[in-house]
Write a protein that binds this ligand. Structure first.
Ligand SMILES: *Cc1c(COP(=O)(O)O)cnc(C)c1O
Length: 390
């Protein structure tokens, strides 16, 4: 990987040590140009006319995503974010009293809230699978917990708040063994490590554009396997998802675009395709190697500082690094780093009650690296710490 050239093609690299890639990574110049030029075209010739003129570029986004995650073209829906993609899948499932949902300790807040709402509405039980001794979801415990009442296994691959990578493919094997629907939240994994839906064995997968994929904000996608799409009725339908065929009749479209809406962010959709092309050109394996190497350096550097604690657990680690500093609350640490042109963010227990909350961590500082970050940028963060105790 030619880091210098990748940095030159990333305008944001000139300004900040951007270690908030799990929040939103920096767009490349190519992606930015693809978005702005489509907006210019809309302003110049009209939005509908621009969509017609850019038809191939818009449709290319599906091909790019197919190349990235290994699905078929008709199994991809473009959405405005990962949450909408996840909700369209989850709220399309039918639950009955006594059904069980199995999920992970590190589950994302929005997913957990949806589970809890469904538990209240439909009398479903929501159960978290314990972690193993490494801190990842315990696959044997999952196998032991699974029975014919389990309606859904829903797991976050890489959580928002720590460096964990859950064993997605091993979970997939259990789901297949028992014939249980498997929904994977791959929001933080897609773009930083290889994700292949056939290898993982999930029925549904969701991701966002702006995080490790480096796409524009306001973009996301859903993978819905053909097998499941036929049985899954979207919670919302419009005239793109379905056709009004007669005074009292409509037909839902057969492909995954039944989960889309007619109106969409075309410039962002084109930009997402360009961002995915870039990830494919670099190669997800090479990206993971670079990202995990940088993250390991950062964890090592942090762990060597007095009063600094790294909180990442798991057998396999991602580019997300979570830590706390004794005597300083995490938002203050993030503010100080921001004042030194180092972008990080803060994860709160309200984002991960079953993980941070259960571990007694009200907040952690989250530094998340991407391949375009440098050792010098990591040093900039490390040199600012530890902070004098007040
Ligand atoms: C960010 C995130 C989401 C939500 O993605 P949006 O695009 O903001 O809707 C879901 N799950 C995880 C694990 C995330 O980190």
């Amino acid at each position: 990987m030619d880091i210098e050239s990748l940095r030159r093609d990333t305008p944001g690299c000139a300004h900040k040590a951007h270690l908030n890639n799990a929040g939103a990574a920096l767009m490349s110049r190519r992606t930015l140009d693809a978005v702005t030029s489509h907006l210019e075209l809309e302003a110049t010739i009209g939005g509908y006319e621009a969509a017609a003129a850019a038809h191939d570029r818009i449709e290319h986004t599906y091909d790019a995503l197919v190349g990235l995650i290994g699905a078929d073209r008709d199994e991809i829906a473009f959405t405005e974010n990962a949450t909408r993609a996840w909700d369209m899948a989850f709220y399309g499932l039918r639950f009955a009293p006594g059904d069980r949902i199995l999920t992970a300790r590190a589950e994302y807040a929005s997913n957990a809230i949806a589970f809890l709402q469904t538990a209240r509405r439909h009398g479903v039980s929501v159960e978290t699978v314990p972690d193993d001794e490494h801190g990842q979801l315990d696959v044997e415990a999952l196998r032991a917990m699974t029975d014919e009442r389990v309606r859904l296994i829903a797991v976050t691959h890489v959580p928002t708040q720590s460096g964990l990578v859950n064993p997605a493919a091993e979970i997939g094997k259990v789901a297949r063994e028992f014939g249980v629907t498997y929904l994977l939240d791959a929001c933080q994994s897609v773009g930083q490590l290889p994700v292949d839906v056939a290898e993982i064995g999930c029925d549904l997968l969701t991701a966002t554009g702006r995080k490790f994929l480096r796409g524009p904000r306001g973009t996301g996608f859903l993978y819905a396997s053909r097998r499941l799409t036929e049985r899954l009725e979207p919670p919302f339908l419009d005239l793109h998802a379905a056709t009004w065929t007669g005074p009292d009749a409509y037909e839902v479209r057969p492909d995954a675009r039944r989960f889309e809406t007619w109106e969409t962010f075309y410039a962002g959709k084109i930009g997402l395709g360009v961002a995915v092309d870039t990830a494919l050109a670099l190669g997800p394996d090479a990206i993971e190697r670079r990202v995990t190497t940088l993250a390991a350096r950062l964890r090592e550097g942090l762990a060597a500082l007095p009063g600094v604690h790294v909180h990442d657990r798991g057998l396999r680690l991602s580019g997300i690094v979570s830590f706390t500093v004794d005597g300083h609350d995490s938002p203050a640490v993030a503010d100080l780093l921001r004042s030194r042109d180092v972008n990080v963010s803060v994860s709160h227990a309200t984002s991960a009650q079953w993980d941070l909350g259960a571990r007694g961590l009200p907040t952690v500082v989250r530094a998340s690296v991407h391949y375009y970050n440098t050792e010098e940028e990591l040093s900039r963060l490390l040199d600012a710490l530890p902070l004098p105790t007040v």
